[in-house]
Design a binder for this molecule. Sequence first.
Ligand code: 1CP
Length: 347
Amino acid sequence: MKRDQNIKNDLIIRTLMGEAVERTPVWMMRQAGRYLPEYIALRNKYSFFERCQNPELACEITLQPVDIVGVDAAILFSDILVVPQAMGLEVQLIEKQGPLLPDPIKTAKDLERVRVADVDETLSYVFDAIKLIKQELNGRVPLIGFAGAPWTLLCYMVQGKGSKTFDEAKAFCYQQPEVAHQLLQMITDTTIAYLKGQVAAGADTLQIFDSWGGLLSKQDFETYSLYYIRQIVAALKDEVPTIVFAKGAWGSLKEMADTGAHGLGIDWCIEPHMARQFAGADITLQGNFDPAKLLSPIPVIEKEVTAMLKAFGPGRHIANLGHGILPNVPVDHAKAFVDTVKNFRHA
Ligand code: 1CP
């Protein structure tokens, strides 16, 4: 296992490895982004993919929440959709609407337009950003690398845009399962090379985001998602600790724990003691504050975060939200979340 000995605050790495920690560590999914005025200022000057592709900009945005909110980890500023882009699909980001893929995958013929990416050729800007971020972090906190899970990427590659149901992506899997599996395997192979490149560049831990895993039945989650996540975790788990976050898929926590991942993200719809019961004692749980609760008055946030910490109990817990931070959360509310965790000690 690779480990950067120069990290001063390595609470998150130690928690993932099941080692003793003085307090619960904390970060927030989507912490680099739209709720920070410093991010909005850069957004008004550069397009989304400019922000991702320019290592100096990506570095600056990555460090913002570390400097401003005081989280215990940085997460690379990028997007899960750089992988479909590297595989050959056009991806646009429409302000205030979200991702748009104008020529989505619908048939076997469309697979001719995508390939397993040569990541050193197509995604080297990410590796350059990681090297720069590690240098600028100078050992303050660990850097989290990430990728989308193959199922969640298929959702966008087939549906062509965000959706509440991803019904077209599901219909594609159910009507053309062989084509779907070919695409999922291509995404998986690209993702493994991509994440290995992130680790080689300096990422200290990796999170796999399966934002739409909870749209699938337990059996379909196994078939279209977990089968591929398992390959990714197996390829990386001996390099750095890995965290799997499959939103809504808590019915498969045990199976996810069995992949050998070091951490599992959970959303706010499952109680910590139930998640622990499903996942077993030997894995770190991450979560699970309702992101919308950060819109509550600060004293309510403090009270509810404390209750969450008590519900998880000491050890093997990384405090986080149950999904990404919302753009309309005031910065001092995000700080209240982080500070409440940092000031709390288990009795
Ligand atoms: O600035 C802007 O207006 C663009 C908004 C934005 C941002 C800040 C997008 C477009 N992506 C990002 C950055 C991003 N995306 C990060 C940065 C690191 C961090 O601070 O966490 C990460 C980890 C992601 C991951 C991501 N992108 C996911 C998985 C996590 C999740 O929130 O579920 C998903 C599903 C995406 C797709 C995507 N990209 C952008 C948006 C608005 C979306 C979601 C669209 C949808 O709801 O379908």
